[in-house]
Design a protein around this ligand. Structure first.
Ligand SMILES: C=C(C)C(=O)SCCNC(=O)CCNC(=O)[C@H](O)C(C)(C)COP(=O)(O)OP(=O)(O)OC[C@H]1O[C@@H](n2cnc3c(N)ncnc32)[C@H](O)[C@@H]1OP(=O)(O)O
Length: 233
């Protein structure tokens, strides 16, 4: 079983309970008196379908009627657990959820495909552009890592790939690169990680690090699985 006490009302407690599948008595239960009495609020099988593996319930930090259950899908209820809507994600098998206690639209959810950040359900698209007319992104400051050895360079490339380029590429919200000047090195690769690219008349793109013998490492040479599937670069 899994249990969650509402941060808004500590008398309200949700318990997600697996039962013997022949009896089919599992589901979400609620207590409105800090656990003295309980009633079943939903017997929806999606809530407990992964119970043999894991079972998770979370209550929203701002609204006692918003409840999340993580299972093969991630599910959200806005009516105290009676009805459920599926949250979309890059992968199934959702294991963990963090909700910002100060802003309940800011969450990080983890599934078998990795972690996803949801800043705001109402954001329909993100545009990345440079401040001013000169550059979109001029790339890395090579002097910061010119002294690195091979293993430090490999570690920097792997970390950067994961923290920025994979993160942007895997966002469920569409990301548009508005290239308004120089897009060089990692800057060009950032534009390539976005889902769409629009180039202004002053856009200049290139991979100047090749003149130093550096292989561009953030996807511009080799792409990734998505590119192989969609052939879009
Ligand atoms: C991930 C990897 C490996 C990479 O990204 S490698 C690729 C790195 N990018 C580059 O090699 C581009 C380097 N920059 C340039 O070629 C030129 O600066 C540009 C972007 C074409 C602009 O040229 P100019 O218009 O002549 O401006 P310039 O005077 O060179 O630069 C203006 C300022 O920006 C700074 N600057 C330029 N590119 C920078 C960069 N990539 N990182 C940090 N600072 C940079 C530059 O040092 C200067 O600073 P300051 O005014 O304090 O002296």
């Amino acid at each position: 079983m899994a249990i969650s006490v509402s941060p808004v009302n500590s008398n309200k407690v949700f318990a997600l309970i697996e039962s013997d599948s022949d009896q089919d008595k599992g589901g979400l239960f609620v207590s409105n008196n800090a656990g003295k009495t309980w009633s079943m609020v939903s017997g929806d099988n999606r809530l407990v379908q992964r119970a043999w593996y894991y079972i998770e319930v979370f209550t929203d930090p701002k609204d006692e009627d918003i409840v999340y259950v993580l299972s093969a899908p991630a599910l959200r209820s806005e009516d105290g657990g009676k009805t459920w809507k599926r949250l979309t994600g890059t992968h199934g098998d959702f294991h963990d959820l963090w909700i910002n206690p100060d802003n309940n639209k800011n969450m990080v959810i983890a599934n078998d495909g990795g972690a996803e950040l949801d800043e705001d359900n109402e954001t329909k698209a993100i545009i990345i552009t440079g401040n001013g007319e000169k550059a979109f992104v001029a790339g890395a400051d090579i002097s910061e890592f010119a002294h690195f050895d091979v293993s430090q360079g490999g570690e920097l490339a792997a970390k950067g790939q994961e923290l920025l380029f994979d993160f942007v590429e895997n966002l469920s919200t569409p990301v548009i690169a508005a290239v308004n000047g120089f897009a060089l090195g990692g800057g060009l690769e950032l534009a390539m990680a976005c889902h769409f690219r629009v180039a202004g008349v002053n856009a200049k793109m290139g991979l100047p690090e090749t003149t130093l013998g550096l292989i561009p490492g953030y996807g511009s040479c080799h792409g990734n699985d998505t590119d192989r599937k969609h052939g879009d670069r």
